[in-house]
Design a protein around this ligand. Structure first.
Ligand code: SAM
Length: 295
C-alpha cells in the first residue's frame, strides 16, 4: 500500500477491533490490517493474538498512553513518507476513551488523511441493549480518578436530561454506583458487564437495588454503565423495561393467593411506583389472569 514512488502522504486507518468475541470484526478491518504498511497497537502482545487468529502477518509498533508523544511523532513521519498506518486499541473503536484521540489530532494537524473501519464500541453496544432511551445521550467515559473531582463532576450532572453512558473499572464499579446514587438520586440504571463474552450480563434496576449486588463486588470483568435521565421518557422506558420482571413477580404473588392490596403496596415500594400506578397495574394483571382462568 505504500506510495513510495509518488511520496504522497499515507492514510491513517482507525480500525475497530472486537470488545470480547473475536468474531466481531469486519471483513474490511481484516483486509486493512493485512494491507497497511504498519499497525500501531496499544498492547502489541494483545493485538498479536488477534492478528494470529486472522492469519495477519504485519509489522506492529507500540502506541499507548505512556509513549504516545514519541510514538505518534514516529508514526507521523511514516505517514508523511507515504506509509498507510492502521491504529488499533486493545478493544473497540480507537479514539474512544483511549490514546487514539491524540494520534488522530496530530495526524489532522499534519494534514494526514484519517479514515475509519468502524465496528464495535462498548458504549454504543451497551446503550443499544439497555432499553434506556438512546435518541439523546451523553457519553462521559471514565470519570476523574480523584475523589473530589469525581464528586464535582457528578454534581454537575444532577440536571442532565439525556441518558448517560460511563465506563468504569471493575475495582471501582461498586463504589461508583454509590457515588451515582449520592449525586443523582435513585436513578434507573443498567450495568452491562463483559459484553460479547462468555459471562456477559446485564443487570437493571434502581441504583438503590444495584448497590451491594454481589455481582459487582468480585472485582472481575469490564463494565459499562447506563444511567437514565430523570424525565418522562426515562420513566416510561423504566416501566417498559421492568415490565417482564415485574409482571412475573405480580403474577406469582397472585397465584400464591396474596391479597391485591398487599401485592400493590409491595410493588410500589420495590419498584418505586406511585401507589395508584402500582394498584392499577396489579388490578389489570389480576383481571387478565381471571379472564384466562375462565377461558
Ligand atoms: N475504545 C473502546 C471502545 O470503543 O469501547 C473503549 C476503551 S476504554 C479504555 C475500556 C473500557 O470500555 C472498559 O474499562 C469498560 O468500561 C468498557 N468496555 C470495554 N469492553 C467492554 C465489554 N466487553 N463489556 C463492557 N464494557 C466494556
Amino acid at each position: 500500500m505504500r506510495n513510495s514512488s509518488k511520496q504522497e502522504t499515507g492514510t491513517l486507518y482507525l480500525v475497530a477491533t472486537p470488545i470480547g468475541n473475536l468474531k466481531d470484526i469486519t471483513f474490511r478491518a481484516v483486509e486493512t490490517l493485512k494491507s497497511v504498511d504498519l499497525i500501531a497497537a496499544e498492547d502489541t502482545r494483545h493485538t498479536r493474538k488477534l492478528l494470529t487468529h486472522y492469519e495477519i502477518k504485519n509489522r506492529l509498533v507500540s502506541y499507548h498512553d505512556h509513549n504516545k508523544e514519541k510514538s505518534a511523532g514516529n508514526i507521523i513521519k511514516k505517514l508523511s513518507a507515504g506509509w498507510d498506518v492502521a491504529l488499533v486499541s486493545d478493544a473497540g473503536t480507537p479514539g474512544i476513551s483511549d490514546p487514539g484521540f491524540y494520534m488522530v489530532r496530530l495526524a489532522r494537524k499534519n494534514g494526514i488523511q484519517v479514515t475509519a473501519c468502524p465496528g464495535a464500541c462498548a458504549a454504543v453496544t451497551a446503550l443499544s441493549i439497555s432499553g434506556i432511551p438512546s435518541d439523546k445521550f451523553s457519553f462521559f467515559g471514565f470519570l476523574p480518578v480523584k475523589k473530589g473531582k469525581r464528586k464535582n463532576f457528578l454534581k454537575n450532572l444532577a440536571n442532565e436530561n439525556k441518558s448517560m453512558v460511563f465506563y468504569e473499572s471493575n475495582i471501582r464499579v461498586q463504589n461508583f454506583l454509590e457515588e451515582l446514587f449520592e449525586a443523582l438520586g435513585d436513578r434507573y440504571t443498567v450495568v452491562v458487564r463483559e459484553l460479547t463474552k462468555l459471562f456477559e450480563e446485564t443487570v437493571t434496576g434502581r441504583l438503590s437495588g444495584l448497590i451491594g449486588d454481589e455481582r459487582f463486588t468480585g472485582g472481575k470483568g469490564e463494565f459499562t454503565i447506563i444511567v437514565s435521565a430523570e424525565d418522562k421518557r426515562g420513566k416510561k422506558a423504566d416501566t417498559a423495561m421492568m415490565s417482564a420482571e415485574l409482571k412475573g413477580e405480580i403474577l406469582s404473588l397472585l397465584e400464591s393467593g396474596t391479597p391485591l392490596k398487599v401485592i400493590s403496596l409491595r410493588i410500589s415500594e420495590v419498584y418505586d411506583f406511585s401507589k395508584k400506578e402500582s394498584y392499577a397495574l396489579c388490578l389489570e394483571l389480576k383481571s387478565r389472569q381471571d379472564r384466562s382462568n375462565k377461558s
